[in-house]
Design a protein around this ligand. Structure first.
Ligand SMILES: NC(=O)c1ccc[n+]([C@@H]2O[C@H](COP(=O)([O-])OP(=O)(O)OC[C@H]3O[C@@H](n4cnc5c(N)ncnc54)[C@H](OP(=O)(O)O)[C@@H]3O)[C@@H](O)[C@H]2O)c1
Length: 333
């Protein structure tokens, strides 16, 4: 088979598409012929050794995908050859085949195309867990989503709207705002491409506050961090929940704890990988629920590009530089 290979931690441009040995299913494992794989921001970090988790080299990046089970190892109970599945492993998806523990794959209905199923685990799984388990979202919430046109951001917008909440989307440009408008967001804020200095942060807080219908946002979804975090936290309502999802804007921010005291608010961490390990039943339930919402059309992922897997390196570079919207999916013929 062929695969995108990372031989040593290095810039994304050093990844290569090359012939490697076919994987073999050991006891409790399955091999999936990968039909499609979803691109995620952490894929650009993991190959540079900049991610929390560092696989043994050589390896293929790619957290998630979908395809057809082509062989099963001894003792496998939940999957059979020919089953259509989606999977989430953390690495290995940017390849023609992947081997994984049977518990990392989930059956998908025939009505769910592989390119759609391949791109939902990470972003919808993360945002659903954040909004449902961490923030207990209801239709009465006012939700601010930062980085709202990106992978996890747009999934958060879609999920929050499906709950009937009021949603304000914050993005860097008009073009990105127009992607959010497809989801009927209630308002948008454009923060531009530059980092915010102190004055910029004050203005950002003022603008965010002006976009709330009440006394601030009851849920703030933050995949950006850096200079956006504190001004966003200042726009939270009394008793609100601030969700720490990621740091795509660069620095991990330090937040003044007096703000949490004054707002009576919660700052809640979101980590999909650990959540799956610690709470596998709840995680599987979430995936089922997301599957139902997708099948019924209540959730509609935005796949902006489908690219042959062999040509994926350019897109992995672009996601690290703010150059993609929604979801990019790689496909094998
Ligand atoms: N906690 C978890 O379990 C979990 C799970 C998945 C992802 N994440 C994290 O969430 C963050 C977003 O992931 P994603 O897959 O949604 O990525 P993405 O699709 O690339 O979206 C990230 C968004 O961040 C914004 N951004 C602002 N400054 C940026 C910069 N300097 N470089 C790149 N993007 C910048 C961009 O929108 P604008 O141009 O509009 O600002 C971009 O759309 C990442 O930090 C990722 O590691 C966390």
């Amino acid at each position: 088979m062929k695969a995108i290979i990372c031989k040593k931690f290095a810039p994304v441009s050093e990844l290569i598409w090359e012939e490697v040995a076919d994987p073999v299913a050991g006891p409790g494992e399955i091999v999936v012929d990968v039909k499609a794989a979803g691109l995620n921001y952490p894929d650009s970090l993991i190959v540079q050794g900049l991610y929390q988790f560092q696989p043994k080299r050589p390896f293929s990046p790619g957290h998630e995908g979908a395809g057809i089970v082509s062989s099963v190892g001894e003792g496998v109970k939940t999957h059979r050859v020919g089953d259509s599945v989606a999977f989430f492993k953390g690495f290995g998806a940017f390849a023609e085949k992947i081997v994984l523990s049977e518990g990392l794959a989930f059956p998908i209905p025939d009505t769910l195309p592989h390119p759609v199923a391949a791109g939902v685990f990470m972003v919808y799984g993360t945002s659903y867990h954040a909004l449902v388990q961490r923030a207990n979202i209801t239709k009465d919430d006012e939700v601010l989503v930062l980085g709202a046109s990106g992978g996890v951001g747009l999934a958060a917008v879609d999920i929050a709207k499906s709950f009937g909440a009021r949603v304000v989307a914050a993005v860097s440009s008009k073009e990105k705002a127009s992607v959010c408008r497809r989801y009927n967001v209630d308002d948008v804020v454009i923060y531009g491409k530059e980092k915010l200095d102190q004055e910029g942060q004050k203005l950002f807080t003022k603008e965010l506050k002006s976009k709330s219908r009440g006394s601030g946002f009851s849920i703030i979804y933050d995949p950006l961090g850096d200079c956006f975090a504190e001004p966003a936290l200042r726009s939270i309502s009394w008793g609100g929940t601030y969700l720490v999802v990621g740091f795509a804007a660069g620095k991990i921010p330090s937040l003044p704890t007096n703000l949490m005291l004054l707002k009576g608010c919660a700052v809640s961490g979101v980590f999909i990988g650990r959540f799956q390990q610690e709470e596998p039943k709840q995680s599987a339930q979430n995936i089922q629920e997301i599957g139902k919402l997708l099948s019924s059309g209540k959730l509609t992922p935005f796949i902006s590009e489908t690219i042959p897997m062999a040509e994926s390196v350019d897109a992995i570079e672009r996601i690290a530089k703010r150059g993609v919207v929604g979801k990019v999916v790689f496909i094998n013929d």
